[in-house]
Design a protein around this ligand. Sequence first.
Ligand code: PRP
Length: 206
Amino acid sequence: KSVTEVNHPLVQHKMTLLRRKETSVLEFRQLLREIGWFLGAEATKDLKLIDEPIETPVTSMVGKKLDGKKVCLISILRAGDGLIQPMLDLIPSARIGVIGLARDEETLMPTKYCFKVPKDLENRVTIVVDPMLATAGSAIFALDEIKKAGAKDIRFISLVSSPEGVKALHDRHPDVPLITAAIDDHLNEAGYIVPGLGDAGDRIFG
Ligand code: PRP
């Protein structure tokens, strides 16, 4: 499915706490981590398994294990870093890449200041994380670069998305499923998601 809005009751509850302007940096980070677990679970629910024969203390059985295809997490700096820890809680052995993008406040166009990803991305499941999908300029740029680096099996996780961003991302990268905790009402003239949660980078880093 190309767009999944994770509307689990615990996610909706935690999102409401996280959006409030009174929420402190400490609480914001903790809530982002907790919501990240649900998003991460959704983004990995189709990972392939193979049979694994084991012995329990009682008998033998055929269990399951991941097929060995390593996962690579890619954070869109800065704010994406807030979603790396919850993903590592789920997949401690994942490799990590970073792409640094800054959005020009006037043109809203992203510029790249850093790019470092593991080799052999083509053999990995790649999960790109960024809490905000506003115009989707950053996400589209990042995915262009990540595909150029070889990634094929890619998913994108965002916390809050605008309907405009969801459409733009899907138009440009229809093969990349989006997993998000909320599709909000609209994007304002300044490029902020409404109602949104403000600037995620500022709310995580202070
Ligand atoms: C924010 C956010 C996304 C981008 C979303 O980053 O984390 O990367 O804007 O906007 P877009 O969909 O319109 O491109 P920002 O540029 O504020 O940088 P930061 O994470 O370093 O604060």
